[in-house]
Design a protein around this ligand. Structure first.
Ligand SMILES: Cc1cc2nc3c(=O)[nH]c(=O)nc-3n(C[C@H](O)[C@H](O)[C@H](O)COP(=O)(O)OP(=O)(O)OC[C@H]3O[C@@H](n4cnc5c(N)ncnc54)[C@H](O)[C@@H]3O)c2cc1C
Length: 284
């Protein structure tokens, strides 16, 4: 289908983009990689009067170090996150997960920030960002504010980013020396996650010294099972021990019940995938 007609602006600064959003009111939409927004427009699920394309704002793209954190620009494509040496060294979990998003075309066009703001429960970037304790820099009419990961994902397709705001960058605390695995369960290659588990661990003296986990598609927002992270401390990274430590990982979750799987089946998947992800991460 063809989208409804809209005006198009491509500002070169964040300030101009924010101004355009304020002027456009309810009928304006931000465009990043377009991999989710363009299908939405074509299906006429949205019909904004103005599109503000962030693609010409150079400062929104790229990955840099800032002390004990990595700063990833919102317009950085998935492919760059997946292949960046800095990300592999200091936030390996993000590289692992970004490499599983869709296919090479989508990974070259779709952006890290776009995927996070879109907040699809089956999207692969929210759970790793939550697990890593990322924080989100958001620019709006009253300046820039920072939101912690646990407050960023509000509901299904809803984040803390307001209609008049732009996600500019994501700060990810460095976890150098930690290893990671992202276990994504799909029926066919290059599909959205039915369930996925993000795991990053620090192994010391043959046992898990620290662990951080995130669950994809186990609720309307990503889930961080902190009690299971605690239960993994001191555990040897072998199947039987990890299986016992992660047995409660699906407790309290509210996964969808649909044609791809029942809620109970997803809870089963979450336990199996968490074991696999932790054991693989620890052996990586
Ligand atoms: C065939 C196909 C398969 C896919 N498979 C997967 C998959 O397996 N896993 C997965 O995680 N994703 C998948 N995706 C989605 C992909 O990751 C998209 O890139 C992502 O969801 C949106 O990123 P984008 O840059 O394309 O954003 P856009 O589509 O441009 O925008 C998405 C939404 O976020 C808003 N937005 C974007 N950036 C900002 C910003 N900086 N500030 C404020 N608002 C913003 C837009 O207004 C819009 O509402 C798939 C997409 C396609 C087309």
């Amino acid at each position: 289908m063809i989208p409804t007609a809209f005006e198009y602006e491509a500002p070169s600064t964040v300030e101009d983009a924010v101004r355009l959003l304020a002027e456009g009111g309810d009928d304006v939409k931000v465009l990043a990689g377009g991999q989710s927004l363009i299908p939405v427009l074509k299906l006429r699920l949205a019909g904004p009067e103005l599109i503000v394309d962030l693609g010409r704002i150079d400062g929104l793209r790229g990955i840099r170090e800032d002390g004990d954190a990595l700063v990833i620009g919102a317009m950085t494509p998935h492919h760059e996150v997946a292949t960046s040496g800095l990300v592999r060294e200091h936030a390996a979990l993000l590289a692992e997960a970004a490499g599983t998003v869709a296919d090479p075309q989508v990974r070259h066009r779709g952006t890290f920030g776009g995927a996070l703001v879109h907040a699809d429960p089956a999207g692969d970037m929210p759970a790793p960002a939550l697990a890593l304790g990322a924080s989100f820099e958001i620019a709006g009419p009253s300046g820039v504010r920072t939101v912690a990961a646990e407050d960023f994902f509000v509901d299904l397709f809803t984040t803390a980013v307001g209609e008049d705001e732009i996600l500019t960058a994501v700060r990810v605390p460095k976890r150098t020396g930690w290893t990671a695995a992202y276990e994504k369960f799909v029926r066919v290659a290059q599909q959205w996650s039915i369930v996925a588990v993000a795991a990053t661990v620090r192994v010391e003296g043959g046992t898990i010294a620290e662990a951080r986990l995130g669950l994809t598609n186990m609720g309307s927002t990503p889930v961080r099972p902190t009690s299971v992270e605690q239960a993994l401390i001191g555990v040897a990274p072998v199947d039987q021990e990890v299986e016992a430590a992660v047995a409660s990982v699906a407790d309290g979750t509210t996964p969808p019940d649909d044609l791809n799987g029942s809620a109970d089946y997803r809870r089963h998947l979450a336990r199996v995938l968490t074991r696999r992800a932790v054991v693989r991460a620890a052996g990586a």
